[in-house]
Design a protein around this ligand. Structure first.
Ligand SMILES: C[S@@+](CC[C@H](N)C(=O)[O-])C[C@H]1O[C@@H](n2cnc3c(N)ncnc32)[C@H](O)[C@@H]1O
Length: 470
C-alpha cells in the first residue's frame, strides 16, 4: 500500500486580499499563493495546503499568528458555520474598500478599458437586517459543529429550521437568530419550527426526499408588509390548515400568507402553484415615489434601501431630458423602467420570465405610467433590427443582465444599435468587464459607480456609464 502524501505546510502566510466566494488570498515570503477561509486581510497565519486545482492552492488555517487591524467581533453567533455573512469579521469600511478593489481589478485584468471616473463605492447605511427576502429550510437532521461530533449526548436527530451548510445540499444549520432580515422574521421562524414540532409534523429528510414541512420564504417591505410562503411536500389539509391558522393568529400583521405543495426533488417554485391562504396575493414596496407590487414568484431587489441608491445612480447616469427613447434590457418586474419612465418619452423593457412581465405591466399601471411597453423573451432573440425599427433606436439603453452577463449576440446587437448612451448595471464585475471589453470598439467608459447591496458578503453591484465614440 502506498504511503499517503503529506500536506504541504506553509509558514507565515500573509493574507493580502479577498477573493471570490468569501475566500481570502494568502502569500508566503517566497511568493507562494494559497486560498484560505476564515481569515481577514492583514492576518498572518500558518496553513496546510489541502489541494491544488488548476494551479491554484487551497488550504486550511492551522494557526493565526497575528490578527489584522481590520478585524471586528462578528455580531452573529452562527458566524463561521453559516455561509450567509462571510465578511462579518471585517470592518465595514475595509469591506467596502475590498469590494471597490474587486471591481477595479476586474476592469484592469479582464476589461482592459480606460475608466474616465471611478467613483467612490456607495456603502449601506444599514449593515444588519437589510434583506427583504429569506428562505429557511426544514430538516430532521441537525448539522453538528466540530466540537459536538464526539459528544455522545448530542444527536443530529433533531427537527431544525434554518440555512443550508455551505457546499452541502442536505445539511441544515438550526438558526435561532439571523441578522439579515428584520420585522417578524426571527420570531416567525422560531414559532413555525416550534409549532411544527408541537403538532408532530414531519420535517423533511432531505437525503431520502421524504417528510412534510419543506421550506419557508419570508418577504418583507419597508411599508411594513410581510409575505410568507410555506412549502409542503404533501397535500394534507388536516394538518396544513391548523398550522396556517396558528401562524396568522400569532402574527396577524402578515399581509399575504401562502402555501405551496411541492413534491419535486428540488425546492424551486417556478413550476409549482403558490396558493393564497389569507390576505392579498402580493405585497407592496415603495422606492421613493415608485410603488411596486411583488407577487410570490417575482424577483425584487433584495435590499430595498440600497435599491433606491442603485436606481438613483442609473437615473443620474442616464441624465434624461424628457424626450428620450429608452430600452431596459433584462427588466425583471420593470423596476428600473417604472422608476425612470417619468423622466423620458418611452421605455421599452425586455425580460424572459413571463410572470415578471405580468408584474411589470401592473407596476406601470399602479404608477399611472402610459409610456412603458414590455416584451417577454430572451433578449438575444427579441432585440433584432425589426424590433429597433418598430420601437425606434434607443437614445439611452439600460442593461441589467444576470451574473452570466450579456450573450455575445446581444453585445453584437448593441454595437449595431449604436445607442448614444449605455448604462450597464451588473452584479458580477467579471462578466461586466468582459462585455465592456467587447463594447470598447465603439464605446468609452465615462464613469463607474460600485454600490454595496450586500454588506458582509463578497457580492457587489456595479454601474457603468458608456458613451458612443464620435
Ligand atoms: C439582475 S435581474 C435584473 C432585474 C431588474 N432590472 C431589477 O432591477 O429588478 C436580471 C433579470 O434578467 C432576466 N433574464 C435572465 N436572462 C435573460 C435573457 N436571456 N433574456 C431576458 N431576460 C433574462 C432574469 O429573469 C432577471 O429578471
Amino acid at each position: 500500500m502506498g504511503r499517503r502524501k503529506k500536506n504541504k505546510f506553509l509558514e507565515d502566510v500573509k493574507i493580502v486580499g479577498l477573493a471570490d466566494k468569501g475566500r481570502c488570498v494568502g502569500k508566503t515570503e517566497s511568493g507562494e499563493i494559497v486560498f484560505l477561509e476564515g481569515v481577514a486581510p492583514g492576518d498572518v497565519v500558518d496553513a496546510l495546503v489541502l489541494r491544488k486545482r488548476k494551479g491554484v492552492q487551497e488550504g486550511i488555517v492551522k494557526e493565526i499568528k497575528s490578527y489584522s487591524e481590520d478585524r471586528v467581533e462578528p455580531i452573529c453567533h452562527h458566524f463561521g458555520i453559516c455561509g450567509g455573512c462571510k465578511w462579518q469579521h471585517i470592518k465595514y469600511e475595509a469591506q467596502l474598500q475590498h469590494k471597490s478593489n474587486i471591481v477595479e481589478n476586474a476592469m484592469r485584468r479582464i476589461g482592459k478599458v480606460e475608466i474616465g471616473e471611478f467613483l467612490p463605492i456607495v456603502g449601506a447605511d444599514e449593515t444588519s437586517y437589510y434583506r427583504n427576502k429569506l428562505e429557511f429550510s426544514f430538516s430532521n437532521k441537525r448539522w453538528l459543529e466540530a466540537e459536538e461530533l464526539n459528544d455522545e449526548t448530542i444527536s443530529n436527530e433533531a427537527d431544525v429550521l434554518g440555512f443550508h451548510k455551505p457546499k452541502t445540499f442536505d445539511k441544515i444549520i438550526d438558526i435561532d437568530h439571523c441578522h439579515l432580515q428584520g420585522g417578524m422574521s426571527n420570531d416567525l421562524r422560531d414559532f413555525v419550527r416550534d409549532k411544527g414540532k408541537g403538532m408532530g409534523l414531519k420535517f423533511m429528510d432531505i437525503r431520502k426526499v421524504e417528510g412534510y414541512l419543506r421550506n419557508m420564504i419570508i418577504r418583507t417591505t419597508t411599508l411594513g408588509e410581510t409575505m410568507v410562503i410555506l412549502s409542503l411536500f404533501e397535500d394534507d389539509k388536516k394538518t396544513r390548515e391548523p398550522l396556517l391558522d396558528a401562524i396568522i393568529e400569532k402574527f396577524p400583521s402578515i399581509t399575504s400568507l401562502n402555501y405551496a405543495i411541492n413534491p419535486k426533488r428540488n425546492d424551486t417554485l417556478y413550476d409549482i402553484d403558490v396558493v393564497l391562504y389569507k390576505g392579498k396575493p402580493y405585497i407592496e414596496e415603495q422606492l421613493k415615489e415608485t410603488r411596486y407590487r411583488i407577487s410570490p414568484k417575482s424577483f425584487f431587489q433584495t435590499n430595498s434601501l440600497q435599491a433606491i441608491k442603485l436606481f438613483d445612480t442609473v437615473v443620474e447616469f442616464a441624465d434624461l431630458q424628457g424626450e428620450e427613447n429608452v430600452y431596459d434590457l433584462y427588466t425583471g418586474t420593470g423596476s428600473i423602467a417604472c422608476y425612470l419612465a417619468k423622466y423620458c418619452k418611452q421605455v421599452v423593457g425586455i425580460e424572459e420570465v413571463e410572470p415578471a412581465i405580468v408584474d411589470a405591466k401592473i407596476n406601470a399601471e399602479i404608477n399611472d405610467l402610459e409610456n412603458t411597453i414590455f416584451y417577454v423573451g430572451d433578449v438575444k432573440d427579441i432585440l433584432t433590427d425589426d424590433f429597433a425599427q418598430k420601437h425606434g433606436k434607443p437614445d439611452v439603453l439600460i442593461t441589467d443582465p444576470p451574473r452570466a452577463g450579456m450573450h455575445k449576440k446581444v453585445v453584437e446587437m448593441l454595437l449595431k444599435l449604436e445607442s448614444p448612451k449605455i448604462v450597464y448595471v451588473s452584479c458580477n464585475p467579471g462578466t461586466q468587464a468582459r462585455d465592456l471589453n467587447l463594447l470598447a470598439g465603439k464605446y468609452d467608459v465615462l464613469k463607474m459607480q460600485p454600490v454595496d447591496m450586500f454588506p458582509h458578503t463578497h457580492h457587489i453591484e456595479n454601474i457603468a456609464l458608456l458613451q458612443l465614440r464620435k
